[in-house]
Design a binder for this molecule. Structure first.
Ligand code: 5GP
Ligand code: ZN
Length: 114
């Protein structure tokens, strides 16, 4: 997808250090971390928002969550806990329109979210 930040990173047009990658997703540290661990898990397939998901994307989204769980575990956050978040559109706080799962960990998070 032209002019998509995450597609450019996935295609290697913009250099980035990946913390994980496989055939379906990449993961990288957020440029503006909101927690000691703040990783973005991004599908290689461009999907604009959660509103654009179809049944065909069920594996991708499930896999994103599995990767989040594995990274949280590998980084030692499983027992204390962590948060996985996907934002959608303006009210959800989405700023990059290629779906991604945030993994936040390393501090206590408030609920309800701000
Ligand atoms: P959203 O607000 O769409 O849920 O999340 C987008 C995230 O992408 C934000 O947390 C933002 O800090 C992060 N971000 C924006 N530009 C870049 C970039 O160039 N590199 C990385 N690693 N993260 C970015
Ligand atoms: Zn994209």
């Amino acid at each position: 997808m032209a002019n998509c930040l995450f597609c450019k990173i996935i295609d290697g047009e913009i250099p980035a250090t990946l913390v994980y990658e496989d055939d379906t997703v990449i993961a990288l540290n957020d440029i503006n971390p909101q927690a000691p661990t703040h990783i973005l898990i991004v599908p290689r397939q461009h999907i604009d928002t959660l509103n654009h998901l179809t049944e065909a994307d069920t594996f991708i989204v499930g896999h994103m969550v599995q990767v989040g769980q594995k990274l949280a575990n590998q980084l030692g956050h499983a027992a204390k806990g962590y948060r996985l978040v996907m934002n959608c559109n303006a009210d959800g706080g989405q700023t990059v329109f290629h779906i991604h799962l945030h993994l936040f960990a390393g501090r206590q998070f408030a609920w309800p979210p701000g």
